[in-house]
Design a protein around this ligand. Sequence first.
Ligand code: SF4
Length: 79
Amino acid sequence: MQEHEFEWRMAGACRGLDPAIFHPDDEVDADIAKQICEHCVVQVACLNHALQFREKVGVWGGATERERRRLLRQRRRSA
Ligand code: SF4
């Protein structure tokens, strides 16, 4: 993966925050991370990255692992 592909991360609202916030133990604990993502200017790029590279753990682009799996299923169905 090229360096520039991760440039959006530099603008992420999570930059400098405790990474543990974005690796919650369950869906309920993910609320804090999701609220931060909601106001992030690179949310779309982040979510697209996670979907494209099938990121398995953590909250990306405001979506938990379970939510991303659901999004991928929906995309497959509508393809
Ligand atoms: S959408 Fe969330 S996880 Fe992604 S860069 Fe923004 S704050 Fe970080």
